[in-house]
Design a protein around this ligand. Structure first.
Ligand SMILES: Cc1cc2nc3c(=O)[nH]c(=O)nc-3n(C[C@H](O)[C@H](O)[C@H](O)COP(=O)(O)OP(=O)(O)OC[C@H]3O[C@@H](n4cnc5c(N)ncnc54)[C@H](O)[C@@H]3O)c2cc1C
Length: 417
C-alpha cells in the first residue's frame, strides 16, 4: 500500500510546542515533509545575492527558521527550505514527493489568505487537500461564546464575554519523534547582512525570554512591588517578536503567567500581559469578521493636510526621527535602530503623525510594517486604525490628544522639558 505523506507548511508558526498542525500530521501519516518558503517578493537582495537588511525583522525571521530546523533535527526531522513562492513550488513538491495532503495554519490578512487560496486551487487540480488549522490565537474561534459574525466590535464587551464564557485550552505537547519523507537536498537558508542588535529569533530563545520574566524576583514580579504598579502602561514584556512569528504560542504565554500567579500571586503586570493577548486576539477576530473593511471603511473626522509636497517632507522627518518633538524623535530613532518600541511609544508616534502632522495613517502603518520586528498585520493595522478613530471600538475616540496621551501614559520621565 502507498504510504501516507503529509507536507507540513510552516509560516508564522515556527515552533514545535503547542502546534496542533504538526502533532496531527505526525499522527495521521507515515512520514512528514516540513517546508518553509522564503518568498523573494518579501525581501530585497544586494549585488551578491544576499538579503538586504532593510529591517531587523528579516534577521529575526531567518534566525527563527534556522532554529526551527535545528529543533526538528533533534527529534529526527528536518526542514526543507525553498527560496521561492509557495504558489510556484508547492505543486512540484507535492508531485515529486507523492504527498497525500498539505497542512497549514490559517491566516487572517488579505496577503496571506490570498496565498492560501492560490495554493489551495493549485492543489485542488492535483486532487490534494489543503487542511487549515487555527493556532495563532489564545482562544479558538470554536470556543468563543459567539459566532465570528456576532463578535462584539467593542473590545470591553469582547473581553468580558470571552473571559466569562470561553476557556483557554492546554498546549499541545512537542513531538518526541518525527518520521521524515526522504529528501536529498534540504536547501540552504538565505544569507543576510547581519546588523540587528535586537533579540534573537527562534522558539528556544522565546521560551528562555518567557521563563526569564517569571524567575523568582525577576523583573515582571519585582517591578509591580517596587513601583506600586505606577508604570503599568510603560511595562513591556517584549514577547511580541516571538509571538508574531509563532515561535511562542499565546497559550504557552498564558499558561506561564498562570503558573507564575500560582507561585507569586496575581499582580498588575501579569494582568497586563494577559490583557495584551486578548487585544491581540481581538484584532485578529475583527480582521476575520470584517476582513479588510475593518480598516478600509473607517470614518475618520481628522482633517488631513493638503500640501502634498509639505506632507512628503513631514513624513520623511517623522520616519527619520527628525520632527523636532523630542519624545517622538526618540521613539522613531529607537524604531529605526532596533525594530521595536513599546506600546506607549507606538501610540505617541502614531498620534503625532495623524493629529499633529495631519498625515494619512496608512503611510504610518506602512512604515511600521517595514520596520517592526514584531510586525503582524492584524495588530499593526488594527492599532493604527484605532488611533485614527477608525477602530470599531468607539471608546477609543477622543483619547488621541498628544499631550493627554503623554500624560495618561505616564511618560513625563521622557518628555522634553
Ligand atoms: C500603532 C501601533 C501599531 C502596532 N503594531 C503592532 C504589530 O505590528 N505587532 C504587534 O505584535 N503589536 C503591535 N502593536 C501592539 C503593541 O504595541 C505591541 O504588541 C507591544 O508593544 C509589544 O510589546 P510587548 O511584547 O512588551 O507587549 P506587552 O504589553 O508585554 O503585551 C504582551 C503581548 O500582548 C500582545 N499585545 C499587547 N498589546 C497589544 C495590542 N494593543 N494589540 C495587539 N496585541 C497586543 C502582544 O503580542 C504582546 O507581545 C501596535 C500598537 C500600536 C499602537
Amino acid at each position: 500500500m502507498k504510504s501516507k505523506k503529509i507536507l507540513v507548511w510552516f509560516r508564522n508558526d515556527l515552533r514545535l510546542h503547542d502546534n496542533e498542525m504538526l502533532v496531527e500530521a505526525i499522527a495521521k501519516s507515515d512520514s512528514i515533509l516540513p517546508v518553509y518558503f522564503f518568498d523573494p517578493g518579501h525581501f530585497e537582495y544586494d549585488a551578491e545575492g544576499k538579503i538586504k537588511e532593510g529591517n531587523s525583522g528579516v534577521q529575526f525571521l531567518i534566525e527563527s527558521v534556522y532554529a526551527l530546523r535545528e529543533s526538528l533535527k533533534k527529534v529526527g526531522g528536518n526542514l526543507l527550505v525553498v527560496n521561492g513562492r509557495p504558489e510556484d513550488y508547492m505543486p512540484g513538491l507535492v508531485e515529486q514527493y507523492e504527498i497525500s495532503e498539505v497542512y497549514h495554519h490559517r491566516e487572517v490578512a488579505t496577503k496571506e489568505t490570498t496565498v492560501s487560496s492560490n495554493v489551495e486551487d493549485l492543489l485542488w487540480k492535483l486532487k490534494v487537500n489543503l487542511k487549515h488549522f487555527i493556532g495563532h490565537t489564545l482562544y479558538n474561534k470554536e470556543d468563543l461564546p459567539f459566532p465570528i459574525k456576532d463578535i462584539p466590535d467593542i473590545f470591553a464587551q469582547f473581553k468580558k464575554k470571552t473571559e466569562r464564557d470561553a476557556i483557554v485550552k492546554a498546549c499541545f505537547l512537542s513531538p518526541k519523534e518525527i518520521s521524515l519523507v526522504e529528501v536529498e537536498d534540504w536547501g540552504e537558508l538565505a544569507e543576510y547582512q547581519s546588523v540587528s542588535t535586537g533579540p534573537s529569533g527562534g522558539e528556544e530563545e522565546g521560551i528562555k525570554h518567557l521563563n526569564g520574566l517569571f524567575k523568582e524576583g525577576a523583573e515582571i514580579y519585582a517591578k509591580t512591588n517596587n513601583r506600586a504598579g505606577a508604570d503599568k502602561f510603560v511595562y513591556s514584556s517584549k514577547l511580541s517578536p516571538w509571538l508574531a512569528l509563532g515561535c511562542l504560542s499565546p497559550r504557552k504565554v498564558y499558561w506561564a503567567v498562570k503558573d507564575a500567579e500560582r507561585r507569586f500571586g496575581t499582580n498588575t503586570n501579569f494582568n497586563h500581559l494577559i490583557l495584551g493577548l486578548l487585544w491581540r486576539d481581538y484584532f485578529r477576530f475583527m480582521f476575520k469578521k470584517h476582513t479588510i473593511h475593518f480598516f478600509t471603511d473607517i470614518v475618520t473626522d481628522v482633517e488631513t493636510s493638503s500640501g502634498a509636497e509639505q506632507d512628503e517632507i513631514h513624513l520623511q522627518q517623522w520616519k527619520d526621527g527628525n520632527t523636532g518633538h523630542l519624545l517622538v524623535d526618540k521613539y522613531m530613532t529607537e524604531l529605526n535602530l532596533s525594530g521595536f518600541i513599546s506600546h506607549a511609544g507606538r501610540l505617541v508616534v502614531a498620534t503625532f503623525l495623524i493629529y499633529v502632522l495631519k498625515l494619512n495613517w496608512l503611510d504610518g502603518a506602512g512604515y511600521f510594517e517595514q520596520k517592526l520586528i514584531d510586525y503582524s498585520p492584524a495588530s499593526n493595522w488594527g492599532n493604527w486604525a484605532n488611533v485614527a478613530m477608525g477602530g470599531k471600538d468607539p471608546r477609543s475616540k477622543n483619547s488621541f490628544d498628544l499631550d493627554k496621551q503623554i500624560k495618561m501614559l505616564d511618560l513625563e520621565i521622557y518628555a522634553p522639558s
